[in-house]
Design a protein. Structure first.
Length: 328
């Protein structure tokens, strides 16, 4: 255990333990677990300049292997996004002005607009934002939260999917987003669940330079609470145990220290199990069954990608399916 120059952003704790010295590709990267709450954070946190340089060009290429999305990835993203919208159709049925912050390759925006939402995007990656504008015809700006110039109280729904884990100061980010919500506005935040990944992934395949903070269901909720954001009553049950939350502005909540200490113990155990396991635990079914499932998913994607040869065709087909499902 070592002390740290600044306290934990969630619990204020000063005691950490190193859980990994390598990133998921084997490169040096130090990652530490806070003994007070279980939040897992890269150390050191990169400077703003270092991050800018990383995202300006390297990120998408190192992450997905291309600066525009591959057809099969487009198909998969549209399928997942459509399922998500249908699972929370009560929330996405609300009207108003929406922002997708970190809109990536634009699937959510495309489907949201196909439902009639007044939705716009901000995407820092030049290649993905150009693709969103040119290929999908979306109102996406190449900017960041800092450079985007979004006014307070200007959105009814803000979506932040797989973005918060990249932020240097996610508490400050959440507070700014809360201030950007109109009265009764909703913030959707989704991040990878490090506890689930530790259970399901091969040993060592966890950490990433760009994922500065690695959340689990407890630390994500506690940080949101500290930023004055609480889960909507309408979605709490559906989102239980996940790291995808619909939040609304509330007075700041003080994290429950005993709860967080229990979470730290749980996370320490999960990380130790991950480090000791030769093979990940299958999430469900047998290894052979999961392999067969992956093959059939892949086959279905290949067939569909051959039929729908252009991203715009996939987008239009997905929007059509969404409209059909919503009409049922
Ligand atoms: Zn902590």
């Amino acid at each position: 255990m070592t002390g740290h120059e600044a306290g934990c952003i969630l619990c204020g704790g000063m005691t950490y333990e190193v859980v990994s010295e390598r990133d998921r590709h084997g490169a040096p990267l130090c990652t530490r677990l806070c003994a007070g709450c279980g939040l897992i954070r890269n150390d050191p946190v990169p400077t703003a300049d270092e991050l800018d340089a990383f995202y300006a060009s390297a990120y998408r290429e190192s992450y997905k292997g291309a600066s525009t999305p591959r057809l099969r990835q487009v198909l998969r993203n549209f399928d997942r996004t459509r399922q998500h919208i249908l699972a929370f159709r009560d929330i996405y049925g609300r009207k108003g002005r929406w922002l997708d912050l970190g809109s990536g390759s634009g699937e959510f925006l495309f489907l949201a607009r196909s439902m009639g939402a007044e939705a716009e995007g901000i995407e820092p990656h030049a290649g993905y934002s150009a693709y969103s504008r040119q290929t999908l015809g979306l109102p996406v700006r190449s900017a960041t939260l800092d450079s985007g110039g979004c006014a307070p109280r200007s959105f009814d729904l803000i979506r932040l999917s797989h973005v918060l884990e990249h932020m240097r100061d996610p508490l400050q980010t959440l507070r700014r987003l809360r201030d950007m919500l109109r009265p009764c506005g909703v913030l959707y935040v989704e991040v990878p669940d490090i506890a689930e990944e530790a259970r399901n992934r091969l040993r060592g395949r966890l950490f990433h330079y760009g994922h500065i903070n690695n959340f689990d269901p407890t630390t994500l909720r506690a940080l949101a609470g500290k930023a004055g954001l609480a889960e909507l009553a309408a979605t709490r049950q559906r989102a239980a145990g996940t790291t995808g939350l619909f939040l609304e502005a509330v007075p700041d909540l003080v994290p429950d220290a005993a709860d967080l200490a229990r979470n730290a113990a749980l996370m320490r155990r999960i990380m130790a199990d991950h480090a000791a396991a030769l093979l990940p635990k299958p999430p469900k079914g047998t290894v052979v069954g999961r392999f067969a499932g992956r093959v059939s998913d892949r086959l279905r994607e290949v067939v569909a990608a051959a039929r729908l040869r252009r991203p715009r065709c996939i987008a239009d087909e997905s929007a059509r399916q969404l409209r059909l499902a919503l009409a049922r």
